[in-house]
Design a protein around this ligand. Structure first.
Ligand code: MEV
Length: 450
């Protein structure tokens, strides 16, 4: 039977849940009660979350963790991270502590320019279009003053608008390529509103241009939209220290560690299969802070990976060198972030996270996020080139395995102690819990036996 439904968005939340439960679940009452278990008892808070999106049926939790001891440009931060992967917060905290003892992280915002484009088709002569564009260029600024007024008062606005000839790639295809400064807002709505106005101005002015033929007068705007590729909105994060201070573990010399670390980074620079995983590790840190601060992680992901391919081959975002005995590890990445607008004042936990970070400006948040990414990358590379990733990863994953096995608190306590000195794997934990319960059958939990 078809599950297509008309007018679903008009249903009440209860009706939506009932429909879903009856259509898709063998035990509808159980499904309904699961969804309702995740509702907040504070009805106004629940309503706020319901209204973020369409067709909300419940909340979907992500843990919010904090990584303390970050020192960035001499200032201490505790960084909020919303992420489901067990080892991410622990790794960030470990790297933060390591680098706090070595002068901390340095971060610099290189530029903050955002981009938007009006994509259009013009059947005519480029020379004519170009002189027409130069003649009417001021109209784009004048005709958007109602939209740009507030942004200008905050020091932002439209920086420039260029006409770009793209006909070598697609017949009759041109762009208005505009650059913006959006200060502390991410700026998506501002940019898109300006672009849609540009498109209107362009169409009207073209229609009224006497020098154009009838064909030329009827330009076709295909779309007006910001670009999430922001190579003019770059932040640099960096750590450095003398090589001999680099390693704490006596089992390997600091110089050997530095060598291996540099080779690992080099591999990510030249080998796309490794680069993707290397950069994924960076995004573990970046996305977690981006989500916790109410920013758009899809936009950040898209822009960062495009930047990682800017040479024509996908490559590492981070780099490392040793010069005159000094180890330096750094990364430059594009980040379009906001600390005002969007969810920043709406989502109570986003507000909380931003306050915890000292209510940063957007450039300061760019620095914090980039540092979280670099810290994560350092932690991953340090584990990968020394103990291997699984030791730390599985230690952090131990609690998930214990929960899957239905371990109770005393069992968890004993297992954690046991696995301090033993290798964690799903089967090793299962065997350990089985043995534990054999010795004391009263500890057997029902769901463990299922
Ligand atoms: C796992 O989430 C991230 C790592 O794979 C990153 C890396 O390999 O560099 C550990």
């Amino acid at each position: 039977m078809s599950k297509t439904i008309a007018g679903f968005s008009k249903f009440s939340k209860e009706q939506k849940i009932e429909w879903i439960a009856n259509e898709y679940f063998s035990a509808p009452e159980e499904a309904i009660s699961l969804l309702k278990n995740y509702w907040n008892t504070n009805t106004s808070l629940q309503k706020l979350h319901d209204e973020f999106i369409e067709n909300t049926i419940t909340n979907f939790y992500l843990p919010l963790g904090i990584a303390p001891n970050f020192v960035i440009n001499g200032r201490e931060y505790t960084i909020p991270m919303a992420v489901e992967e067990s080892s991410v917060v622990a790794a960030a905290a470990k790297a933060a502590k390591f680098w706090a003892k070595r002068g901390g992280f340095k971060a610099t915002v290189i530029n903050t320019e955002k981009i938007g484009q009006v994509h259009f088709i013009f059947n005519g002569d480029f020379g004519k279009l170009s002189s027409f564009f130069n003649k009417i260029k001021a109209l784009f600024f004048e005709g958007t003053q109602d939209l740009t007024k507030n942004m200008q008062a905050r020091g932002g606005g439209i920086l420039d608008i260029e006409l770009r000839d793209k006909t070598a790639d697609l017949a009759n295809y041109y762009q208005l390529h505009a650059t913006f400064e959006t200060k502390d807002s991410m700026g998506a709505n501002f940019i898109n509103s300006c672009l849609e106005r540009f498109s209107k101005i362009l169409k009207e002015a073209t229609l009224n241009e006497d020098s154009f033929t009838e064909d030329e007068k009827h330009i076709e705007v295909i779309m007006s939209i910001l670009s999430n590729y922001v190579p003019g909105c770059i932040v640099r994060a960096e750590v450095s220290c003398p090589v001999e201070e680099l390693h704490e573990d006596a089992s390997v010399s600091a110089a050997a560690f530095a060598d291996k670390f540099l080779t690992a980074v080099k591999i990510a620079e030249i080998e796309p299969f490794r680069a993707v995983t290397h950069n994924k590790g960076i995004m573990n840190g970046i996305d977690a802070v981006v989500v916790a601060t109410g920013n758009d992680f899809r936009a950040v992901e898209a822009g960062v990976h495009a930047y990682a391919s800017k040479s024509g081959q996908y490559s590492s975002l981070s780099h490392a060198k040793v010069e005159n005995g000094i180890f330096t590890f750094w990364m430059e990445i594009p980040l379009a972030l906001g600390t005002v607008g969007g969810l920043t004042t709406l989502h109570p936990l986003v507000k909380f996270c931003l306050e915890m970070l000292g209510k940063p400006s957007a450039p300061e948040l760019m620095q914090i996020v980039a540092v979280a990414g670099l810290a994560q990358n350092f932690a991953a590379l340090r584990s990968l080139t020394t103990t291997g990733i699984q030791q730390g990863h599985m230690k952090m994953h131990l609690m998930n395995i214990l929960n899957q096995l239905g371990a109770n608190d005393p069992e968890k306590k004993q297992a954690i102690k046991h696995f301090e000195k033993n290798t964690v794997s799903h089967s090793a934990v299962a065997d350990y819990i089985t043995d534990l319960r054999k010795n004391d059958p009263s500890k057997i939990e029902e769901d463990f036996l299922q």
